[in-house]
Design a protein around this ligand. Structure first.
Ligand code: ZN
Length: 506
């Protein structure tokens, strides 16, 4: 169905010329189109000549990195000089949301430009995507790019078209007792080494290189290592303050799915009895693993800068989803859509991209595919949810036809607990819906960006609620999302304690 509707999106002449001009400016070559050469070279040679005028693309991703956990975004408890270099030299899309705050569904979504219910990857133990679904890797490899992938995959087929290194080799190192290393940190060292080596090579054809780091995802295993602890943690030095929205004083107004998040997710259950001190230690560890990732990011940038590709490479930096950061007493990620877990960094830097610009329009990781395609002049399917960010890069004002809302989804982590939910973010409000008990949340994102007051029952916001419900219904219709036919299965022995995670039975 979606595949048979594929028509190919025709790049407008204006934007194609713009893309070509960017590439030409970067290589110092003149784009002359497809005229046959006087020497009568073969079609293959002509194709190679044309494709070699294209810019390279370097996609660097982190895993579980929140927008707020980066020093360039105002967090003074963490130091991320590597990531900050990309923010300072490029354009940041400050309101980028992931389409599912979980690794595999988010990745399958951004590699295809489609929503998770369309890729069918709605948990970390999903089916493979349809083998005809167009992916970034398939489009770029067919266009003559060398498509190379190092690092975390979790793709369920969405990395089709990439030459993927799936060896999962680990390099160990001595780790402090307070910050134990799981496989993620060990594999990141290998990913850095492979990416650096690749960038040092000479490249005859343009490349699309994806370098995907696990960290700060190692924080999940930190929670497991220190579960239920109170005062017997190792020394961690100075601890950061809790975030302003750490205490959830509004718990009584939240949907059952939030009141009992401890019953639904393993990591939340492990942190259910933590003290405030433990949450500060958690934040410290989260920043520690973020800084490990940042060190890798900085070294990849160094390798690029020392290579021949330095002046002709577009850099994208992003994360697949965020982390609870202890806000609302929540850790890791699951079926909750607070900004800490759903709002992610998305920055572009390179030829033709404005420096130090911040775009506040509503954007999503799903926009990656059409944006990259338009940047280099590759056709892409027109029926995908993602949209090219090119108009936001070029124009000083948001185009009138830009999207008015963006969605994020949840179904399950690994099947044992099913909690279908959706989030709709508009410029001013965030609305969430849970199948369980028809639970709803409504937040004023302008006056309460910490999402501390659920306004669903507030009569003052009656019209806003009606409007957001309409936006949500329109979204379901427009995208063919059969969400309302799904069923929640919260799991066994749950919802049987007083609200508040610390009430969860030990
Ligand atoms: Zn519980």
């Amino acid at each position: 169905m979606t595949e048979s509707n594929y028509k190919g999106h025709l790049i407008s002449r204006r934007s194609f010329i713009k893309s070509s001009a960017i590439a030409a400016a970067a290589t110092g070559l003149t784009v002359t189109g497809c005229a046959s050469s006087p020497e009568g070279k073969t079609a293959t040679t002509v194709k190679k000549k044309i494709t070699s005028d294209k810019p390279n693309i370097l996609i660097i991703t982190c895993d579980q990195l929140s927008f707020d956990a980066i020093s360039a975004n105002g967090n003074s408890d963490v130091r991320t000089p590597g990531m900050d270099r990309i923010f300072n030299s490029g354009t940041s899309f400050d309101n980028t949301y992931c389409q599912f705050p979980l690794c595999s569904p988010s990745r399958a979504s951004f590699w295809t430009g489609r929503l998770p219910h369309q890729t069918r990857v709605m948990a970390n133990d999903a089916k493979m995507i349809h083998n005809r679904t167009v992916t970034i890797g398939s489009l770029f490899s067919e266009a003559g790019y060398e498509t190379k992938h190092f690092g975390k995959t979790h793709d369920f087929g969405s990395l089709r078209g990439f030459d993927v290194a799936r060896d999962n080799i680990e390099h160990k190192a001595d780790a402090p007792e307070a910050f134990p290393e799981h496989y993620q940190s060990k594999r990141d060292r290998v990913t850095l080494e492979l990416a650096t080596r690749y960038l040092q090579q000479e490249h005859e054809t343009p490349f699309l290189l994806a370098v995907e780091f696990y960290n700060p995802h190692n924080i999940n295993n930190w929670i497991g290592a220190f579960k239920d602890r109170f005062d017997n943690m190792p020394d961690m030095g100075n601890l950061p303050a809790l975030r302003a929205n750490h205490n959830n004083k509004d718990m009584v107004n939240r949907p059952n799915a939030i009141k009992h998040a401890c019953c639904t997710t393993t990591r939340q259950r492990q942190a259910a009895h933590w003290s405030e001190q433990n949450f500060r230690q958690y934040l410290k560890a989260y920043y520690y693993y973020t800084e490990m990732a940042d060190d890798c990011v900085g070294k990849v940038l160094d390798a690029l800068e020392q290579s021949d590709a330095a002046d002709n490479t577009l850099i994208i930096f992003m994360s697949d989803h965020g982390d609870g950061m202890g806000s609302h007493n929540l850790v890791a990620k699951s079926h909750f859509f607070y900004d800490e877990t759903t709002r992610v960094p998305f920055v572009m830097s390179g030829p033709g991209i404005a420096k130090g610009k911040n775009v506040t329009s509503l954007t999503g990781l799903c926009d990656l595919l059409p944006t990259l395609c338009e940047y280099v002049g590759i056709q892409y399917p027109e029926n995908i949810y993602g949209r090219s960010l090119q108009p936001l890069l070029n124009d000083t004002q948001e185009p009138k036809d830009w999207r008015k809302s963006i969605v994020s989804q949840w179904y399950s982590m690994e099947g044992h607990s099913i909690q279908p939910a959706r989030m709709i973010r508009t410029r001013n409000f965030k609305y969430t819906h849970f199948i369980e008990d028809n639970g709803e949340e409504l937040y004023d994102m302008i006056n309460d960006s910490g999402e501390t007051r659920n306004l669903v029952s507030d009569p003052v916001y009656k019209e806003t609620l009606a409007s957001m419900r309409k936006t949500f219904a329109d979204y379901l219709d427009d995208t063919g999302d059969d969400y309302l036919s799904m069923h929640a299965i919260p799991g066994e022995n749950t919802r049987n304690h007083n609200i508040g995670y610390s009430s969860h039975p030990k």
